[in-house]
Design a binder for this molecule. Structure first.
Ligand SMILES: [Fe+2]
Length: 384
């Protein structure tokens, strides 16, 4: 057996109150921090005040860049780079969901490397970006520990994956209290994204024993706590489990990669602005139903990790239970269930499927799809 494992370097601080370490962490790298965040929620919920207070206490000047939209664009990244240069920033804090974290990673890269973010699409050589401290406020992307960022190129209508060791944050501060104010819809969508990471990492052709351990743990934690967090937002135990679960999922998919669900959700985001988590949520049960024939043993394991009783079942029977369980969890989230709700029509499916087939993640899928397979999976969630 041969394995190559990437482990997030730097420091991971997990637990209630860990956000208060941001000043101390930043002071190791600089004195002026670009604080990258979304347009309003970090300020509204008081998180930004906590970050600013901690920075000031450690002698670091916060400079706010609260401009990141959902699915950050190339132009937002460029704006952030220019702003950071103008203000003389020497360290970056990313505060928010996947979008601010991804934007901050791209900004960090361009502050120490020449050219545009498009030049680094895929895995291109680069120098390490400006030191970045990442503080997630959702339990989903695990962007705080991965070496990927997704930036939307609005001209090419494409979600670009940029990857490499140079964009890994120096430290990740995971504070479950920051996730308590997440609305139910965001909790559901980001949690389903994390569940997708875990399951895709487990069934991926690149799965390894070390990633399997993280993937299964993630499925257990997320499967057991997602609906609790959606229906009882103040449940700190469930919030903590979700944040830990998405972290395990991050370790897993950083190494074994995601698969067809992500290939199919990216074009939905780029062309119809369907939020990443909502697109994955809709696709996850349908794609796993398609994958069932190729990896029944693994989907039986998924069923048990989700808490289903699979005693005495054959792999095929167990996989059916696993897929049914995913359909059930998805319906309990209350998330939109059809592509039609986002304006997708029958005529759009072929172009979407072509994009999905071309995605690098497709090669990791246990069942190799042809165009008509992908069209029929999209079709199964089209609705009317
Ligand atoms: Fe994802």
């Amino acid at each position: 057996m041969s394995m190559q494992i990437f482990q997030a370097p730097g420091r991971i601080i997990f637990g209630c109150g860990s956000v208060n370490s941001v000043g101390e962490e930043c002071a190791k790298y600089g004195t002026t921090a670009l604080v990258v965040t979304g347009k309003s929620s970090a300020a509204k919920t008081g998180m930004l005040d906590k970050v600013s207070a901690s920075l000031k206490e450690s002698g670091v000047l916060p400079v706010l860049f609260a401009e990141v939209e959902q699915d950050p664009s190339v132009s937002t990244v460029n704006k952030g780079v220019t702003f950071a240069r103008e203000k003389g920033c020497d360290v970056i804090v990313a505060l928010g969901g996947g979008s601010p974290l991804d934007a901050a990673k791209a900004i960090s890269l361009l502050l120490t490397n020449k050219g545009e973010i498009q030049d680094y699409e895929g895995f291109k050589p680069h120098k390490h970006g400006m030191p970045l401290i990442a503080i997630p406020t959702t339990a989903g992307t695990a962007s705080e520990v991965t070496r990927f960022t997704v930036i939307t190129d609005t001209e090419r209508k494409l979600k670009m994956l940029v990857g490499g060791d140079g964009i890994i944050p120096k430290a990740a501060l995971l504070d479950p209290e920051l996730t308590l104010t997440m609305p139910a819809g965001v909790t559901a969508a980001t949690g389903m994204d994390a569940l997708t990471h875990a399951i895709e990492a487990y069934i991926s052709r690149r799965a390894m024993p070390l990633t399997d351990i993280h993937a299964i743990k993630a499925i257990e934690l997320i499967g057991g706590n997602l609906i609790k967090a959606v229906t009882d937002p103040e449940n700190i135990i469930a919030r903590e489990a979700m944040l830990l679960g998405q972290l395990h999922a991050g370790f897993a998919f950083s190494n074994s990669s995601v698969a067809l669900v992500h290939s199919m959700s990216r074009p939905l985001g780029a062309n119809f602005s369907i939020p990443h988590g909502k697109a994955n949520a809709m696709l996850l049960p349908a794609v796993m139903d398609y994958n069932r024939l190729a990896c029944p043993e693994k989907l039986k394991d998924v069923a048990s990790a989700l808490g289903e009783n699979t005693d005495g079942l054959s792999p095929r029977e167990g996989a059916v239970v696993g897929v049914e369980s995913l359909f059930e969890i998805f319906s309990e989230t209350g998330l939109p269930a059809t592509l039609a709700e986002y304006g997708v029509t029958e005529n759009d499916l072929e172009a979407l499927a072509e994009d999905a087939i071309a995605s690098g993640s497709t090669a990791n899928n246990p069942r190799k799809p042809i165009l008509s397979d992908v069209i029929s999976i999209y079709s199964s969630i089209l609705g009317s």
